[in-house]
Design a protein around this ligand. Structure first.
Ligand code: GTP
Ligand code: MG
Length: 138
């Protein structure tokens, strides 16, 4: 079964809605096979979002991701990567479909509640950045 990497972002922990988000994830048929609450360091956030470092919003993004606790997760299921992207909805909650995590919970394009890997290659890299093999229990 495929695995993807997920982050419940600081706007989710701040509002104490990580359980509500997890309920949407589980109802979509994805299994949370690893999960921990961490404070991302500036360096971790810069590495994680390295592909966006030339974007105008990079500084804001790193500020936000280090502004409070996040919940990092490994999700497992059939087509987990594409399934989770669909369950999250569009990056900008204004464009997100009904019933998606970002439509239900996100506050803005910056504070958009969840991250999900966008490819198998990135899922592998991202999971390895935050979890060791023995922390993932399928
Ligand atoms: P992730 O799953 O978080 O990677 O989101 P995504 O794949 O839907 O979007 P993308 O990779 O293009 O952008 C990464 C993150 O940067 C987004 O989730 C937003 O949090 C943030 N972001 C993207 N565009 C903007 C923007 O215009 N302004 C701000 N402040 N943040 C943005
Ligand atoms: Mg992305």
């Amino acid at each position: 079964r495929e695995q993807t990497f997920s982050i419940l972002k600081p706007d989710a922990t701040r509002r104490n809605i990580t359980g509500e988000v997890n309920a949407v994830i589980e109802k979509a048929g994805l299994r949370i096979v690893a999960q921990k609450r961490i404070l991302m360091s500036r360096k971790e956030a810069e590495t994680f979002y390295g592909v966006h470092k030339e974007r105008p919003f990079f500084g804001e993004l790193v500020e936000f991701m280090t502004s409070g606790p996040v919940v990092v997760q490994v999700l497992e299921g059939e087509n987990a990567i594409a399934t989770y992207r669909e369950v999250m909805g569009a990056t900008n909650p204004a464009n997100a479909a009904e019933g998606t995590i970002r439509k239900l919970f996100a506050e803005s394009v910056g504070e958009n509640t969840a991250h999900g890997s966008d490819s198998a290659e990135n899922a592998k890299i991202e999971i390895a950045q935050f979890f060791s093999g023995n922390e993932i229990v399928g």
